[in-house]
Ligand binder design. Structure first.
Ligand SMILES: [Zn+2]
Ligand SMILES: [Zn+2]
Ligand SMILES: [Zn+2]
Ligand SMILES: [Zn+2]
Length: 391
């Protein structure tokens, strides 16, 4: 459906090799590496191994397992914890160091978690390869499928734009590299084999330019009487009254509980993921595809926003398309080091038309809507699997 084209000035990009209908799933890809945000209020609701979301109000669900040493990772159960055991044993001391320093902000610490994970994965991969060469059965007790597919080369081949980073920013990255190197060496010297501070800085540049936010539309159960509108205040007094007067009969109590609970959907960023193929899509403020993150697993799915002609390049938006032209150009220059040449940046009225057609009308949502399905990739959960079954 898509082919890779190589441009001299812009590097690799994806082009439609056949006409593509709006709503078609173009790529689905699991992350090379993913991490849950450092100290996010939701981090204890996600399994850090399989990225399954556990609703706090869910009945029958047992509390997540928690690493008592670093206090930074949670798991669904023993199964998920043991799948991550080899990796986490090596990253845990560095995570603890992260937790106890105030040299870096939370966003920076999320990136550092990812970098530590990359180094640990690379070490385990090397170990696995050595054992295979020597014909030794693996000494690891767990099935490490994520290690099997891990390849540091895939990451190093991504564009990091290091030469364009401001000096001040590079100085900051060098401070991070020193901190991480020190921690990993004190855990196990061999972890840093094949890495020096310069290579760590290169990888951080790559992470800054290529990681995708892992954001999910999460159902939140709200109790009706928590709302402040006058109607719900009435309902509140009613339901409280009902609850107090009907506690004796189980059936009525059930009904009352049902009335009190309302599910709303919230789009929340819970971490970051680095992907291989999905890193080669370029940006446009007038995208023709949009992305959806899937839980569990953090799969990234790219979907056609509108009908796409054969030979058209595929673009999604790296930043919010509803920002002003000036703000978009500034943000893209600062974060991704290019001058946006998209139709929306060249012609403001055409961008307004685009927003009228595709931008979600829900206030502050900033999602995009496929006119065909009327589903938003942010506020109305886009169920990719159901979509696939239909076709
Ligand atoms: Zn730990
Ligand atoms: Zn899990
Ligand atoms: Zn633009
Ligand atoms: Zn929306």
């Amino acid at each position: 459906m898509i082919t890779i084209n190589q441009y001299k000035d812009r590097g690799r990009c994806f082009v439609a090799s056949v006409p593509i209908k709006a709503g078609t799933v173009i790529v689905r890809e699991l992350p090379i590496i993913q991490t849950v945000n450092y100290m996010d209020p939701l981090q204890n609701a996600f399994c850090h191994q399989c990225l399954t979301y556990h609703h706090q109000h869910q009945q029958h669900s047992s509390p997540l397992l928690h690493c008592s040493k670093c206090k930074l990772v949670w798991y669904c159960n023993r199964d998920c914890a043991s799948k991550d055991a080899d990796q986490h044993e090596l990253e845990c001391p560095s995570y603890s160091r992260l937790h106890s320093t105030n040299l870096f902000d939370n966003d920076c610490k999320t990136m550092m978690k990812m970098l530590i994970k990359i180094i640990v994965y690379n070490h385990l991969k090397q170990q696995q390869q050595q054992q295979q060469q020597q014909g030794v059965e693996s000494t690891t007790t767990t099935t490490t499928t994520s290690i099997d597919s891990f390849n540091i080369k895939t990451i190093l081949e991504l564009e990091g734009n290091r030469s364009q980073f401001p000096t001040q920013r590079l100085l900051g990255l060098s401070k991070i590299a020193k901190f991480i190197e020190k921690g990993l060496i004190s855990t196990k010297k061999e972890l840093m084999n094949g890495f020096d501070q310069q290579k760590l800085i290169n990888i951080m540049c790559i992470l800054e330019c290529n990681t995708h936010e892992l954001a999910f539309t999460i159902p939140t159960i709200k109790e009706k009487y928590s709302s402040s509108s006058s109607l719900s205040t009435q309902l509140e007094s009613m339901s409280i009254q009902e609850t107090t007067t009907t506690t004796t009969t189980t059936s009525t109590v059930k009904q009352v509980q049902k009335e009190e609970i309302k599910i709303t959907y919230n789009y929340k960023s819970i971490g970051s993921g680095l992907y291989d193929q999905c890193s080669y899509f370029n940006h446009s403020c007038q995208p023709n595809i949009f992305k959806v993150n899937q839980t569990p697993g953090g799969e990234l799915v790219m979907v056609a926003l509108r009908d796409i002609e054969q030979g058209e390049e595929l673009f999604y938006n790296y930043i919010q398309i509803s920002m002003s032209g000036e703000a978009r150009i500034k943000k893209l220059k600062e974060s991704y080091f290019f001058n946006c040449q998209c139709p929306g940046c060249k012609n403001a009225p055409s961008h307004k038309q685009f927003l009228d057609k595709y931008l979600c009308k829900v206030k502050q949502c900033n999602g995009v809507i496929t006119p065909l399905s009327n589903l938003c990739n942010i506020c109305k959960p886009y169920l990719i699997d159901n979509d696939n079954k239909e076709s």
